[in-house]
Design a protein around this ligand. Structure first.
Ligand code: FAD
Length: 292
């Protein structure tokens, strides 16, 4: 089923997983993760795609597994920076053959050491969308950034480009992770004034370990609320406490988003089904009422 058709009737509850490294040939662990995630009745499960494009087979294998073995729709990420039109056609042909109808069309992060040599044929996700729209019939989503994309001069520039993605055929957006809901509310408010009308689904990444916390702190563009930062710094050596704090924070973030009519909830699971289970078990009555 096309995710845009689901979104016409209801808000969605969904997860993201990522494939193992290209050299890993046994996908059983990640298949088990998908089986566990399926218990929480997601509308769709998205599968990431390496910016270098060199792991597309695993992405497609996972998406095919989701399609055949779960009631969730797979959403295949497709990053275009390192691909030319023939590469895109090749991936698109396999997706069609496997009846994978939903694509999250992305550019991919430029490598730090050679940012300009990364881009081949498509300079922006909107160009990939325009190409896919003219050659295929996928339901397409795109990425958006509550605190603005790192390369953008302002949120308004970014939203101007977001509007182009809608014009090129995107029928929903999923946000980058954020920890202060005000950024999501502002993004949505300003986007609506600029004519962006399609659902903007908030992406929630539970911060459940010191490693993840350090990574986010060093990643430009995601503000950490003061209280969360204080707690993480205080409990950084206590694994259980870190997990508890991360889950509790995400639960309250989700509840506030739902109270304010967010367009759905997408959880970056980091391939850890316990994260999804802990969140779902705590608020499944609310999720079932708001997102079914
Ligand atoms: P774009 O939409 O092309 O935007 C990139 C930058 O260019 C922005 O600053 C934008 O404002 C600007 N821009 C856009 N159009 C124009 C234009 N016409 N003229 C001038 N400037 C323009 N990365 C992966 O490698 N694999 C994944 O699977 C993956 N999944 C993701 C899922 C989500 C939900 C999100 C939010 C991000 C994901 N990313 C993934 C990261 C993403 O690839 C990077 O953030 C990348 O830097 C930008 O991708 P984009 O599709 O938003 O690019």
């Amino acid at each position: 089923m096309r995710i845009c058709d689901i979104l016409r009737t209801k808000k969605t509850f969904s997860f993201e997983v990522f494939p193992p490294k290209p050299e890993v040939s046994d996908l059983d662990d990640i298949y088990r993760t998908i089986d566990e995630l399926q218990q929480f009745h997601p509308d769709f499960i998205s599968v990431t795609f390496k910016a270098s494009g060199d792991n597309s087979r695993h992405t497609i294998d996972l998406a095919t597994y989701i399609k055949r073995n779960t009631s969730a729709e797979p959403l295949v990420h497709l990053t275009c920076g390192s691909l030319d039109k023939e590469d895109v056609d090749r991936v698109a042909a396999v997706l069609e053959q496997e009846h994978l109808e939903n694509v999250l069309a992305l550019r991919g992060d430029k490598p730090v050491d050679s940012p300009e040599s990364y881009l081949k044929c498509f300079r922006h996700a909107s160009e990939l969308m325009a190409y896919l729209r003219s050659t295929h019939k996928f339901c397409m989503g795109g990425a958006c950034y509550p605190e603005g994309h790192i390369e953008s001069e302002s949120l308004y520039d970014d939203l101007h480009h977001l509007k182009v993605k809608q014009d090129m055929g995107a029928s929903f957006f999923i946000t980058q992770l954020f920890y202060d809901n005000n950024y999501y509310y502002r993004l949505k408010r300003v986007a609506r004034t600029m004519g962006i009308t399609i659902p903007i689904i908030p992406g929630i990444m539970p911060l459940t370990s010191a490693t993840m916390f350090n990574k986010i702190m060093h990643m430009a563009g995601a503000s950490i609320p003061f209280e969360l930062r204080v707690l993480f710094e205080r409990f950084r050596n206590d694994k259980e406490a870190m997990f508890e704090i991360g889950i509790a924070f995400s639960v309250s973030q989700i509840l506030e988003l739902l109270a304010n009519d967010a367009d759905g909830i997408h959880i970056y699971t980091m391939n850890n089904p316990k994260v999804a289970a802990d969140i779902y078990q705590r608020i499944h009555h609310v999720i079932d009422k708001e997102l079914r």
